[in-house]
Design a binder for this molecule. Structure first.
Ligand code: PHE
Length: 452
């Protein structure tokens, strides 16, 4: 077994975890899910879900990782015995599932950087999307995206992930702030912000059945939960770090960047008269591209915008690759680069259906939507549910002790966290799973059967 690495610094861990959390979930899905769910109403549910369910669940994953300093499968085995390996395995499966289509979108983003620089999509953004979103072009781009991620993970925790994210994350923040400042000067700013930030209570009540699972699923996805990522990243953390403080910093930064994404995207769409609610998953690509095509200095803005999205997506993808590489490093003698390439190849193959499928006329893949719906409604909540049951009801007092190590949290605060995990988080997930199950399998237009 190769000796285990650790983060060089606490900031290194924080930045890598923020890099994992901030990704396509914030910059692409959050704005379009908000649009699809009636604007600000969704934002309210999302913020509640992140605070009450996502944050305590994040700490639960941290506790498992740091307590054992093992990969995600070994960690659950160490703490609960061989049967609990299944929780770690479920996390790995969920992660691979998600990354398989996530890297396809990562590929599109790379294409859009090029397309912005050359103005290739300026005449007909819709046709450009159809051309790059599926088929051979999408496969090549997906491979390119994966290759970059594999390269970073191959270099290791300290020299690869930590160094890379230390450059990537601050760049994301600075560029997003600059884009937001510019977006706020556009004619659509007031309408865009109103759409994004003033909730329509009527639509909230009416759509609770889909809004709740979407919001909770989004909270898990955006915090990189249920994929073994935060367990793995915390396994490289020392006993003198405060997990609650680190978790808080990560949650707040991640949420702020999500909100910032809305502040960038909605004013741009409104300025160009593009209805966000009709643009669906293609919003970021087709709609934003249409906006850049029409705006002065659109090429430069497009390169910056899609460049930020690419950085965010990459720093998330590497965290997921690391889960598998860490598992394999703990269990084999193969070198890190070999393992990273191996994981990349598996992901490439898994992503082929999402990359190949030509789905609807917009070029959007039916398989792609299917993979995404299954992840959100089933795999993610189920995977987090297992973690939460384990930490809340099996680890119990040990979890409280681990949470308090290195922190100033009192016994009472830690116990309050434990009970939140045991009850609030658990109930939230069960409700989400029930509603998700309904929309996947039972509803009239059940998503699960759509591609068949
Ligand atoms: N938190 C990530 C995001 O919001 C989710 C993710 C992480 C997805 C790692 C895939 C891989 O984009």
């Amino acid at each position: 077994m190769v000796e285990r690495e650790t983060w060089a610094t606490r900031v290194g861990f924080l930045v890598a975890a923020i890099g994992s959390a901030v990704g396509l979930g914030n910059l692409w899905q959050f704005p379009f899910k908000t649009a699809a769910n009636g604007g600000a109403a969704f934002v309210v549910f999302y913020l509640i879900a992140v605070t009450l369910i996502g944050f305590p669940a994040l700490l639960a994953e941290f506790v498992v990782g740091r307590r054992t300093h093992r990969n995600v499968v070994g960690a659950f085995e160490d703490l609960g015995g061989p049967a609990w390996r299944v929780v770690g395995a479920m996390g790995m499966v969920t992660g691979f599932w998600i990354l398989s289509y996530y890297d396809v979108v990562g590929g599109w983003v790379l294409r859009y950087i090029l397309g912005s620089a050359t103005g290739a999509y300026f005449d007909d953004p819709g046709a450009y999307l159809s051309a790059v979103a599926s088929g051979p072009e999408a496969i090549v781009a997906q491979a390119a995206f994966l290759a970059i991620a594999v390269g970073i993970v191959a270099m290791g925790i300290e020299d690869g992930i930590e160094k890379a994210t230390k450059v990537m994350v601050p760049s994301i923040v600075v560029l997003m702030l600059a884009l937001a400042a510019w977006a706020l000067t556009l004619g659509g700013a007031a309408d865009g912000l109103a759409y994004f930030l003033s909730p329509d209570v009527g639509s909230l009540v009416e759509n609770a059945g889909t809004v709740i699972p979407d919001a909770v699923g989004q909270a898990f996805f955006t915090l990189s939960l249920g994929m073994g990522i935060m367990v793995t990243y915390a396994s490289y953390v020392g006993e003198d770090d405060s997990l609650p403080v680190d978790g808080g910093v990560i949650v707040v930064s991640n949420t702020l960047i999500g909100v910032l994404a809305g502040v960038v995207v909605f004013p741009i769409l409104f300025a160009e008269g593009i209805d966000p609610a009709t643009s669906g998953p293609t919003a970021l690509f087709e709609a934003m591209a249409a906006a850049f095509a029409a705006l002065p200095a659109g090429r430069l803005l497009g390169v910056v915008f899609f460049g930020v999205v690419a950085l965010a997506a990459l720093s998330s993808a590497i965290s997921l690759l690391e889960v598998a590489v860490s598992y394999a490093t703990d269990n084999t003698d193969a070198s890190r680069p070999t393992l990273a390439v191996g994981a990349g190849v598996v992901l490439f193959v898994l992503g082929l259906p999402s990359a190949l499928d030509t789905g609807d006329p917009g070029g959007f893949s039916a398989w792609f939507v299917w993979f995404d719906a299954l992840a959100y409604n089933l795999l993610l909540p189920l995977s987090v549910l297992l973690v939460v049951v384990f930490v809340g009801w099996v680890l119990g007092r040990d979890a409280v002790a681990e949470l308090r190590a290195g922190s100033t949290a009192s016994e009472g605060v830690a116990a309050a966290w434990l009970w939140t995990v045991r009850l609030v988080v658990l109930l939230g997930i069960v409700a989400t799973l029930a509603l998700g199950f309904e929309s996947l399998f039972l509803a009239e237009d059940a998503t699960f059967f759509a591609p068949f």
